[in-house]
Design a protein around this ligand. Structure first.
Ligand code: MG
Length: 257
């Protein structure tokens, strides 16, 4: 079913890895795909890591085929510039998010100066305080557009547990401000398109492999890619083209085994 696919784009959290551990067979199947000449890209909605951070982490875990790694931090600064020009941005989130926004030429506004903000960027924030939540909500309510790397509700961990995701914080701000966020990451198209461009493939020649129907499956289908749902517990294909329970099954479907 995936015989003609020339490139695979892998989601990371909940698919290639959970927390700090690779899922069973992920390293082996990805290495076999590379040996078979398939193009590879890795796409995560992570709001605290650059593509280079992710590439290094994959290599440290033994996924040495990882070259093209994309996160919303690659494009959030440019997205803000294109939509609203060079801006004064209030950032709620990791230092990496603020750095990515600043790299695109925007001014980072201090929390207590939230009234000066013309854009509010909200990512996952492990040091979230009520003061920061208040500043972001008030700035967004006053008219500064709310932009987010993703609106994923959870961050899956290796033991089946989870952390509240970026989406949980974005929703808190959006609800308080009475606004809707502009989303940069999956399921929106830009990161999928960038992955295809890096692989040099048309959408129909590539497949997205991920564990999230709203983010990976819908996003991939919307740009014309094939969509493979990674569901270790099994399940019906639904909106996906195919469901795999394991990476070994992916190798078989890709014609490698
Ligand atoms: Mg995932």
């Amino acid at each position: 079913m995936l015989d003609g696919v020339r490139g695979f784009v892998f989601d990371l959290d909940g698919c290639v890895w959970n927390g700090d551990a690779l899922n069973p067979g992920a390293a082996e199947t990805i290495a076999a795909l590379e040996r078979a000449g398939r193009a590879l890209a890795f796409l995560t909605n992570n709001s605290r890591a650059t593509g280079e951070d992710v590439r290094r982490r994959l290599h440290a875990l033994g996924v040495t085929a990882a070259r093209h790694c994309l996160t919303p931090l690659e494009i959030i600064g440019e997205t803000i510039a294109r939509r609203w020009g060079v801006s004064r941005v209030l950032v709620i989130g990791a230092a990496e998010l603020a750095a990515a926004v600043a790299r695109a030429g925007h001014e980072i506004v201090d929390t207590k100066d939230y009234r000066r903000a013309t854009v509010v960027a909200v990512g996952n924030d492990f040091d979230l305080t009520y003061e920061r939540l208040t500043a972001a909500s008030r700035a967004a309510a006053a008219g500064a557009p709310l932009v987010a790397p993703n609106v994923d509700p959870r961050l899956p961990l290796e033991d089946g547990e989870f952390l509240p995701g970026c989406g949980a914080i974005v929703q808190a701000v959006a609800v308080a401000a009475g606004v809707r966020p502009v989303v940069v990451g999956k399921p929106e198209a830009p990161l999928f398109r960038m992955a295809l461009e890096r692989m040099g493939l048309a959408p129909a020649a590539a497949a997205m492999v991920g564990d999230s129907v709203p983010s990976d499956i819908r996003g991939a289908r919307a740009v014309g890619m094939r969509a493979v749902l990674y569901a270790p517990g099994g399940g019906a294909p639904g909106e996906a083209d195919v469901v795999i329970r394991s990476f070994a099954e992916l190798a078989t479907l890709a014609g490698l085994a």
